[in-house]
Design a protein around this ligand. Structure first.
Ligand SMILES: Cc1cc2nc3c(=O)[nH]c(=O)nc-3n(C[C@H](O)[C@H](O)[C@H](O)COP(=O)(O)O)c2cc1C
Length: 353
């Protein structure tokens, strides 16, 4: 997916948008009585996960003790994500939320990628010892915050918790924090922005996912709402007409430079492999990191341009000292203001019956 999307700090939020967001992000219903009500609530929590362009490229099938998350290829983003790697990372994000939600009801769950079904399978069973790590409460508060942060470092103990959350068998987090490292990654983001905004297919795809006013955002229930990044509301037809004129690689690079320099650090999620199973695992690690960050009042936002522009990857890997590995996601983090939530489609729309 693109850059941090064009935008400035979030300001006032439209009332009807706020009402819709409050309904979508309402707290987890711990009073769900039947198992089918509980499963539905787990799936609702899964849909609150991050997804590339807020495309929500998932479909959920419930069968006995299994919930399978299938990719919804109708929602793919071929310009920014030609190999569907972001799509499968998004499925991993959803799986991670679902696992934390099920734990609240005393269920143990684990997920794996099944190449035969081309899907993420979550096996769920009643836990012998009910155990949850408290991250489930963060699901309804998590969001990407694309505003600049306050430039202050976060506490060492907080950073340690974030690194632990981001670590898995498949994913190693790399932290960039020194001024040289921050300037180095910023330069890759700049080159990525210039390349992306110079590509008409990328700009058109991004434009098609932008929701230019609250009414459009609410009726679609997906995409990149202007409300989230403090954009003034304009008619959709006008937004689509002027989007290519008002956005540019240079403008986006300047916005991102300011945002990166205001961040406490940048985390790169690095894996040994570059396949669907490792993308799903990376999505899970990111979502866990984001839930932990939310629980500790730390903000985060993606700056994936250096991996989305494939020709930048070899240089990036060499610069990071991981020439044989793969950077799957790049995220900045720090202290900052709470920004508005993005919206979601109704749960009924994503359950296969
Ligand atoms: C795999 C993946 C890649 C993403 N890439 C970017 C990105 O490059 N720039 C960005 O600003 N947001 C990126 N996002 C964040 C999504 O746009 C965001 O999750 C979505 O709009 C929903 O908003 P929320 O996470 O605040 O709920 C990415 C998310 C995922 C899961």
């Amino acid at each position: 997916m693109a850059a941090s999307y064009p935008g400035s700090p979030a300001l006032a939020v439209d009332h009807s948008y706020q009402v819709a967001a409050n309904r979508i992000w309402r707290p987890y219903n711990t009073l769900a009585k039947s198992i089918s009500e509980q499963r539905r609530e787990w799936i609702r929590m899964a849909t609150l996960a991050a997804s590339s362009h807020n495309s929500q490229p998932w479909k959920f099938l419930v069968r006995d003790h299994l919930i399978t998350i299938f990719p919804d290829y109708k929602r793919r983003c071929p310009a920014v994500d030609p190999d569907d790697s972001h799509l499968f990372k998004s499925l991993g994000c959803a799986a991670e939320n679902l696992i934390h939600a099920a734990a609240v009801d005393g269920f143990h769950a684990d997920a794996y990628f099944d190449p035969v079904q081309d899907a993420v399978v979550i096996e769920i069973e009643r836990a012998v010892i009910a155990r949850h790590d408290g991250l489930s409460a963060a699901i309804v508060n998590r969001r990407c915050s694309r505003t600049p942060y306050d430039s202050k470092p976060i506490a060492a103990s907080v950073q340690t918790s974030l690194i632990t959350a981001a670590t898995s068998n498949e994913t190693t987090p790399f932290i960039l924090q020194s001024p040289q490292q921050m300037e180095g990654i910023l330069e890759y983001v700049r080159q990525g922005n210039i390349a992306q905004f110079g590509d008409p297919a990328f700009v058109k795809e991004l434009r098609d996912w932008v929701r230019f006013n609250p009414a459009d955002a609410i009726s679609a229930g997906d995409g990149l709402a202007g409300e989230v990044s403090g954009q003034p509301a304009i008619p959709g037809w006008l937004g689509r007409r002027i989007f290519g004129l008002i956005s540019s690689g240079k403008k986006q690079a300047d916005t991102d430079a300011k945002a990166i320099r205001s961040s406490s650090g940048v985390i790169a999620f690095v894996g040994e492999r570059d396949d669907k199973a490792s993308w799903v695992a990376t999505g899970r690690a990111y979502e866990r990191f984001a839930l932990q960050a939310t629980a500790l009042n730390v903000r985060n936002a993606f700056i994936n341009q250096p991996i989305e522009v494939h020709r930048l990857r070899p240089q990036l890997h060499t610069w990071l000292g991981v020439p044989q590995q793969h950077v799957h996601l790049i995220v900045r983090y720090g202290n900052g203001q709470v920004t508005p939530h993005s919206l979601r489609r109704p749960v009924e729309d994503v359950i296969i019956t």
